[in-house]
Design a protein around this ligand. Structure first.
Ligand code: ADP
Ligand code: MG
Length: 381
């Protein structure tokens, strides 16, 4: 961690406080966190590293090591042309809107989360910045609120209409625990999965199709318009996820073909979430892994947020005998989450890499990870 302090002292003066904000996986509940659904995420030990020091002025001077770019701002009248800076300026903006009072600061941001790979480097950055401001200026913002501020920054300043899951787990995560989060009420509980004999790991496709933000917002809009149609009958429904699909006669609502498919994904995901929680509690890991693969099929065929390369990689993993795998995150590229028996990975890894490279001339990367704490100052980790 001396490393980020050193990087800070190359740009600014004084002794900053240092913070670390993790990445996340989500086991199940994909694309339902903006629809009031249940999700099962965990924080993982990739990190955004931040060094922050108040500078006794009204200026925010922020430096990204990754982009080797310095942005200085005094008033937040508009978005920066440096995309990375907007995740930070958005947090400042939302904190000000909430009435928090704090001065300028110098900030250096670095880290090892692969960006745009579905591990939520963006939420990690937002939550890291919000936590650092809260700590440096003694604002005492609760972790749950930090999550909400981070989400609003992404919704309003960056323009991605993401749900609350990523920021929430990155704020409240605990080592070795995942959380079951109700994204309608924000109530949550910690659960430890008994992984004996099994493991999760990630495979990065190193593909990122640029339509992600527009398609993400479009999927959300389709779900919202389907919900509006359903509300003519389900007048008291608080969100789409809460509606019982057995009470719907789909023909009554004149859904578009897209709306119909999105609904089938959401209601299917609700069933799979219930099933996987039961499977984990009964240690039926093979069944749990199969449910993950079904979620993948639904994301690919019904929610239509996968892509050719990801589908190829997922089916190649299954054909080589892994128990279950699914795309993770917003979609259109990024990582696949695998659940498999321990010790199987060694025998398939080279083969997967070779087949993928032969077809797309792109390298894949396999990542092991541990489940980690949420955002923290480094001396507390
Ligand atoms: P994901 O959240 O899945 O990683 P996004 O496209 O939502 O992908 O967010 C990635 C963006 O977040 C990057 O393009 C960059 O602008 C910003 N970002 C994330 N981490 C960092 C970092 N350590 N330094 C600077 N910018 C970052
Ligand atoms: Mg993101």
């Amino acid at each position: 961690m001396g490393d980020i302090q050193e990087k800070f002292s190359k740009k600014f003066s004084g002794y900053p406080k240092v913070y670390r904000s993790p990445a996340r996986i989500n086991i199940i509940g994909e694309h339902v966190d903006y629809l009031g659904g249940l999700v099962l995420p965990a924080a993982i030990q990739f990190s955004t590293d931040l060094a922050m020091l108040p500078n006794s002025s009204n200026r925010y001077r922020i430096y990204s090591v990754h982009y080797d770019s310095l942005v200085e701002v005094e008033t937040l009248s508009k978005q920066s042309d440096q995309k990375w800076a907007n995740y930070i300026l958005g947090v400042i903006d939302e904190l000000k809107k909430e009435g928090y009072i704090f001065g300028g600061f110098d900030l250096v941001v670095d880290g090892n989360i692969p960006q745009g790979s579905g591990l939520s480097s963006s939420a990690s950055l937002e939550v890291g910045v919000c936590f650092a401001i809260s700590d440096c200026f003694k604002l005492g913002i609760p972790r749950e609120k930090i999550a909400v501020i981070g989400q609003r920054a992404e919704n309003n300043f960056v323009g991605t209409k993401c749900g609350i899951m990523d920021q929430f787990i990155i704020s409240v995560g605990k080592q070795d625990m995942c959380i079951l989060l109700d994204t309608e009420t924000l109530s949550y509980s910690y659960t430890q999965l008994d992984m004996e004999g099994y493991e999760f790991y990630l495979v990065n496709s190193h593909v990122k199709h640029s339509l992600e933000t527009s398609a993400y917002n479009q999927r959300r809009a389709e779900c919202e318009s389907a919900f509006r149609k359903l509300q003519t009958h389900f007048k008291n429904a608080k969100n789409l996820y809460s509606i019982n699909q057995n009470e719907i006669n789909f023909l009554d609502f004149q859904f578009t073909a897209e709306e119909h498919k999105r609904l089938k994904h959401v209601f299917g995901e609700k069933d799979r979430t219930r099933e996987i929680i039961k499977a984990f509690s009964e240690k039926r890991m093979v069944d749990a892994a199969g449910i993950l693969s079904r979620t993948h099929d639904s994301l690919s065929q019904l929610f239509e947020v996968s892509c050719e390369e990801i589908d190829f990689l997922q089916s190649t993993l299954l054909s080589l005998g892994v128990l279950g795998a699914r795309m993770i995150g917003g979609g259109f590229g990024g990582c696949i989450l695998v659940l498999d028996s321990i010790n199987n990975r060694n025998s398939i890894e080279e083969n997967v890499k070779k087949k993928y490279y032969e077809k797309y001339k792109i390298e894949t990367e396999f990542y092991s990870f541990t489940i980690s704490d949420g955002v923290n100052s480094v001396n507390k980790i």
